[in-house]
Write a protein that binds this ligand. Structure first.
Ligand SMILES: Cc1cc2nc3c(=O)[nH]c(=O)nc-3n(C[C@H](O)[C@H](O)[C@H](O)COP(=O)(O)O)c2cc1C
Length: 135
């Protein structure tokens, strides 16, 4: 059985909802999936994972300079480098995700190869299009 971890940072619950919807989808596809907030990341053995999905809400000036918040940056800096599992990124936003993925990648500091996919949502609902880019 393939294994996945979905690790998210959420202020008001939208990114948590998105993480949980991604988790439900992967579980239904037969992937053993653990969904958890960044504060619990050290429960995860990254060497045992096939897939890792990292998510954060979009912080910025609404139309520009979108970036993850400090808590997520601190979390990203503590991750193993290089990272073994195939990795995807996700975010939720209100108006524009803009530079969010670029900045998330920068914070990961080369620990992941090119992300498998980048998923974004305004309301935390996993779309049909999102599903088609996952397993
Ligand atoms: C301080 C702050 C800055 C934000 N900046 C942006 C932004 O630059 N672009 C955007 O589309 N949404 C922005 N948002 C909206 C959040 O990214 C959006 O509501 C997100 O879904 C919240 O996720 P959460 O419920 O998991 O905390 C901002 C929200 C806050 C509180």
């Amino acid at each position: 059985m393939k294994k996945a971890a979905i690790i998210y940072n959420s202020r008001t619950g939208t990114t948590k909802k998105y993480a949980e919807q991604i988790g439900d989808y992967l579980s239904n596809k037969g992937v053993e999936t653990n969904v958890l907030p960044i504060q619990q990341y050290d429960d995860i053995n990254f060497d045992n994972l096939d897939y890792l999905l990292l998510g954060c809400w979009t912080n910025g000036l609404m139309f520009f300079l979108q970036h993850p918040d400090k808590a997520w940056k601190d979390f990203a800096a503590k991750l193993p480098n290089p990272m073994k599992p195939k990795t995807a990124l996700f975010t939720t936003y209100k108006l524009l995700a803009g530079t969010m993925f670029k900045n998330m990648n920068q914070q990961l500091n080369g620990s992941i190869k090119a992300p498998l996919t980048e998923l974004k949502s305004r309301n935390g609902t996993l779309s049909g299009n999102d599903k088609s880019t996952l397993v």
